[in-house]
Design a protein around this ligand. Structure first.
Ligand code: 5GP
Length: 141
């Protein structure tokens, strides 16, 4: 497996070099909307610590990340009145990974509605901002 390369797009988002539509942030974790959502409300949860994916992540990174994934999955289910939440995490290109900084997809699902293709069409910035607001409102409780 290749070494971590900090020129990936999520490392740039974490460094504030390119914009993202933020959903949640704490000391160790950032969550932001996926620009090519597979379902309305699709966002990504990203540890700030560098790793390519699950395979090279420090156990402590995973231990910190997954409680946040759970909290945000609950918030997304409520914010989008979803029937279910698909949580996905891809490891290396043959598994479909396209950005090589560990991230977890959180995707609202609905009975009888298929997912759009992975990394398909771009969503508008206005819609992504409105969706992030909905999640933040649930988190603010
Ligand atoms: P992967 O294939 O690595 O599991 O998923 C990468 C995800 O990142 C895809 O769902 C894709 O839509 C999303 N993505 C790619 N470039 C950007 C970007 O610049 N900003 C955001 N917010 N998402 C991105």
């Amino acid at each position: 497996m290749s070494a971590y390369d900090d020129s990936n797009i999520f490392a740039k988002i974490l460094r504030g070099e390119i914009p993202s539509t933020k959903v949640y942030e704490d000391t160790d974790t950032l969550a932001f909307m996926d620009v090519m959502p597979q379902s309305p409300g699709h966002f990504l949860v990203v540890p700030k610590a560098p790793s390519r994916n699950l395979l090279d992540a420090a156990p402590q990174t995973l231990a910190t990340l997954f409680p946040v994934v759970q909290k945000l999955a609950h918030a997304a289910k409520e914010a989008f009145a979803a029937d279910g939440i698909f949580v996905a995490q891809l490891n290396e290109a043959p598994a479909g990974q396209t950005v090589f900084h560990l991230h977890v997809h959180v995707i609202p699902r609905y009975d009888g509605i298929a997912l759009k293709p992975h990394a398909g069409g771009m969503e508008s910035a206005e819609i992504l901002a409105a969706q992030a607001d909905k999640i933040r409102a649930v988190l603010a409780g």
